[in-house]
Design a protein around this ligand. Sequence first.
Ligand code: PLP
Length: 440
Amino acid sequence: MALNLEKSAAAFAEAKQYIPGGVNSPVRSFRNVGGTPPFITKAKGSRIYDIDGNEYIDYIGSWGPMIVGHANDEVVAALKEAVDRGTSYGAPTLLETELAKLINQIMPSMELIRMVNSGTEATMSALRLARGYTGRDKIVKFEGCYHGHHDSLLVKAGSGAATFGVPDSPGVPSSIANNTLTIPYNDIDAAEKIFSEVGSEIAAVIIEPVAGNMGLVLPRQGYLRKLREITTKYGALLIFDEVMCGFRAALGGAQAAYGITPDLTCLGKIIGGGLPVGAYGGRRDIMEQISPAGPIYQAGTLSGNPLAMTAGIATMKIISREPEYKQPDYSRRLTIKTKQLTTGMEEMVKKAGLKLQFHQAGSMFGLFFNENEVYDYATSAQSDQEAYKIYFHSMLEQGIYLAPSQFETAFMSGAHTEEDIQKTIVASEVAFAKVAAWKK
Ligand SMILES: *Cc1c(COP(=O)(O)O)cnc(C)c1O
């Protein structure tokens, strides 16, 4: 059942004439799995449609934002009304306060919140704030954690314990990368060691409290609490990058799921409801250092954009709405659906005689073609890439749209139906059988 992607192939060839690699974000090019990326023309609910007329059940959800499904009726209606009132004013609106309030109610640690235009901008600004507030230059990040593409964080270390940063990309000055210390995820000894060496120079630790950019990797029991203790002890800030796991690991994000209060939190994806938004926020005394309240500069022509705020508000209202009597809330319902899917798929894994690992955090899920426990970037990298390719293409051919890379996470939305889940489980039986046949 080969997929007809003739028009997408032509569109991809033409795109490459005008856009580097034919895409505006690298993973969309299918480099990791090979083949032609479907060019998408529309989406509704759990489905997306390509220009060749193929229909897919979508588990990418625009890489996380579409938690209420594509083109959700309430979000679309709100946007249609908003667009008639103008697309940007460059002046304060009621919408910005409304969204900030909604976020604060769900994540009370975010006492003050500043809107920006992407997750990258959120983490970049949070680091400047942490450095300005503490008067220190060094940042600790974790191997395999992605926080956007700005210079300070586009750094990972070589293997082994803490090393001084080596830029991940040409164009990142080593003078900047040098201030980024990278240590393995889930390794508390490495964190203790780096703090015992240079703790007084560290402005902040930034972490994906549930890591979704090396595949889905959960924090070990007690790990986040330990990081909270160490940072407090040394006067460094703890920054939770919840751009992806916010409102997914639990409604209140990983900080609610694990009961840890970070100093600063970065958000993006869901809070824009599919429009470009990011935000950072946290302790009032720290956030008050941001201009114009304080001296640390950060600004944005389109920040707090009325259309983006409108889509974000509509989305946040849906996910935080009081459930019907005795029903689980939105986030719990998604978690249950995701569990149904992964449980069903795990049956198919057994049936195929394979051994691999499923990870789930709320409405995020992922699998590793690796029999052993996966705790960090090194162990996630041991997942069999070839097996993932076979699984991915088989699923795509059967109309299931998953991330074209082992190192991405899959997402459930409120629009996915029982039927979608059953179809996906059935498709996975075929895909896992293919992987098993290839392994022999
Ligand atoms: C997506 C993501 C970012 C970057 O957000 P952009 O909007 O793509 O700039 C940062 N941190 C995490 C954890 C992410 O998943």
